[in-house]
Design a protein around this ligand. Structure first.
Ligand code: NAD
Length: 254
């Protein structure tokens, strides 16, 4: 049998979207690059600087919250200005068609909620809220970030006990939030399609989800610019910019 070309793969993926009734999407940093938020592993991605990786880890935060905030605020301020992309909107369209079960995301940027997705499991947390490292009091973080950016503040401190406040993002060396992970597993068990958008699928345990979906009898569609280790297992893998794929799918699913 002749291999499918890119246009045929896109078409096949859209046909699967049309037929599916219980979709779980798994999104990674690649769904937000077209909103101006860099991914970690692409060229120029943050991974090219090992010292930065260390400063953004849990031990880096404990050692120096000041250094942590100096670096992370640059990324967080990009999140606050970003608008959802066509791919975020595609998932909302699928929701309006009654096909979406859940969005499982590795992103912390809040763009799925901004687009209007109703059920979002944030496996790596969110930058929008934070909590005190001592008494666990919860804070909205936006005001702190703008004060850090303008040089008026170095580290947000708890108004109740004075300890540093840490954003609710899952740092390297930390465990995933149990509730979000459990809910993701339950959704995957019931899905008939796992739609992976913009993830290199190298971060575990999120990268286990496509295999679990296949074992549960679901189809697997992967849309990513680069090849992933899971492409050969996929029902179809589309190597295309998500914006182009999503615009084509949105037009077909009017
Ligand atoms: P990743 O950086 O490992 O992979 C992103 C993938 O998306 C790459 O394979 C890349 O080829 C692809 N990609 C980039 N732009 C694309 C586009 N326009 N169309 C199609 N594909 C595109 O990201 P990951 O697998 O999500 O894991 C990295 C970790 O970094 C995550 O855990 C996440 O928490 C964190 N992160 C989050 C954000 C965010 O919230 N937006 C940004 C950077 C990193």
């Amino acid at each position: 049998m002749e291999a499918m070309n890119d246009i045929e793969k896109t078409q096949q993926a859209i046909d699967i979207l049309r037929k599916s009734r219980r979709i779980v999407a798994l999104s990674g940093a690649g769904i937000s690059t077209e909103a101006g938020i860099p991914d970690f592993r692409g060229p120029g991605g943050m991974w090219e600087d090992p010292a930065l990786f260390d400063r953004l880890s849990a031990s880096g935060f404990s050692r120096s919250p000041t250094e942590f905030y100096k670096d992370s605020v640059k990324l967080f301020s990009k999140f606050a200005k970003a608008q959802p992309t066509a791919a975020h909107r595609l998932l909302v369209r699928l929701q309006q068609l009654g096909k979406m079960q859940a969005v499982v995301t590795q992103n912390i940027d809040g763009l799925h909620q901004a687009a209007g997705s109703a059920t979002v499991y944030e496996l790596h947390g969110t930058y929008r809220t934070g909590r005190c490292t001592k008494c666990a009091a919860v804070y909205e973080m936006a005001e702190f970030y703008s004060e850090i950016e303008s040089g008026r503040l170095e580290v947000p401190l708890c108004s109740l006990c004075g300890a540093p406040i840490k954003p609710d993002v899952v740092l390297f060396e930390e465990l995933l939030p149990v509730d979000a992970w459990q809910s993701s597993l339950e959704a995957v068990e019931k899905c008939d399609l796992m739609l992976v958008l913009g993830s290199s699928l190298v971060v575990y345990p999120a990268a286990q989800l496509p295999v679990m979906a296949l074992s549960a009898g679901a189809s697997l569609v992967i849309v990513n610019l680069e090849e992933t280790d899971f492409d050969r297992m996929a029902t179809v893998s589309v190597r295309e910019k998500l914006g182009e794929f999503a615009e084509a799918a949105l037009a077909a699913l009017q």
